[in-house]
Design a protein around this ligand. Structure first.
Ligand code: FAD
Length: 249
């Protein structure tokens, strides 16, 4: 996760260094002919996990430092921020030290320092103690969902608009195949395709920049990776997997 926070902050820095597009205003809203609402932002971020929220916070910090502003929104498909972030977590605070240097003076959900590490090899009948490969001195045991909730309040304090309950389901392109934002699903459609009484059209969130922070195997990220053959390019990152068991107590 340390890496996730760093990558997100670096992406935000690159975005903030990109050419300005005029003064940030509150998102502009317009209605399209299909009944879909369209809202325009400077930056649309998909996913309110540590990466998306760190990027949003860093963008707004850089804006403040440069005495400018960008309108930034974060879409989260969970019913509330943190609802889809389930991990009990051993948290290394270096990246947060850089992002929010005074976090220790605030009422954060980061309260329990790691006191010891144990590493066991489990067989059917025995548990063998092995020398621990971990060094968690200075780290904390946290609930990651509580951490992202706190990060969302920090983002909102800086002027980021955070929208839980909205799953981005479509990437929007312009006529030159440049990504121009995302759209959420229509809801309230019957199996036969007709509109129920509860029908609500999806919303278009147009961004001059769109940042996908969906976590691993995000559905929109996979589409972009496929469309642009990113895994086949020289810089493509391949996903690797491992299986283990962790108890955080
Ligand atoms: C079981 C487990 C244990 C772990 N333990 C540790 C640990 O101890 N220490 C550690 O440092 N790391 C740990 N990790 C890794 C850590 O959780 C991840 O590195 C980190 O959560 C990645 O952050 P992220 O923001 O990239 O993605 P995520 O945390 O996955 O956040 C992505 C967010 O985007 C939302 N989203 C996805 N798609 C869409 C969409 N289309 N529209 C709207 N919203 C969307 C999701 O609902 C989610 O809230 C663990 C992971 C797991 C699964």
């Amino acid at each position: 996760m340390q890496r996730v926070l760093r990558v997100a902050a670096a992406a935000a820095a690159r975005l903030a260094g990109a050419p300005r597009w005029g003064p940030a205003a509150a998102a502009t809203v317009r209605w399209l002919s299909g009944g879909r609402e369209s809202m325009s932002y400077d930056v649309v971020i998909v996913g309110a996990g540590p990466a998306g929220l760190a990027a949003a916070i860093r963008l707004k910090q850089l804006c403040r430092a440069a005495d400018t502003d960008l309108s930034v929104c974060v879409l989260e498909k969970g019913s509330e921020v943190g609802a889809h972030v389930l991990s009990g977590n051993v948290f290394e605070p270096r990246a947060l030290d850089e992002l929010i240097p005074k976090w220790r003076q605030e009422d954060t959900p980061i309260r329990v320092p790691v006191s010891s590490d144990k590493f066991w090899l489990l067989t059917k009948n025995k548990a063998w103690t092995l020398p621990s490969p971990f060094d968690n001195k200075g780290n904390y045991v946290i609930s990651l969902s509580q951490l992202v909730r706190w990060m969302a309040t920090k983002a909102e304090e800086l002027g980021v608009e955070v929208y839980p309950g909205f799953a981005a389901s479509e990437i929007l392109y312009d006529e030159n195949q440049i990504v121009t934002g995302v759209a959420t699903n229509d809801v309230g459609i019957a199996k036969d395709g007709s509109k129920r009484e509860t029908f609500q059209p999806g919303v278009e969130l147009r961004g001059r920049m769109t940042l996908l922070a969906e976590g691993c195997r995000g559905s929109l990220s996979e589409k972009i990776i496929r469309n642009h053959k990113l895994r086949e390019s020289g810089q493509g990152q391949h996903q690797t997997y491992a299986l283990g068991i962790k108890e955080v107590s």
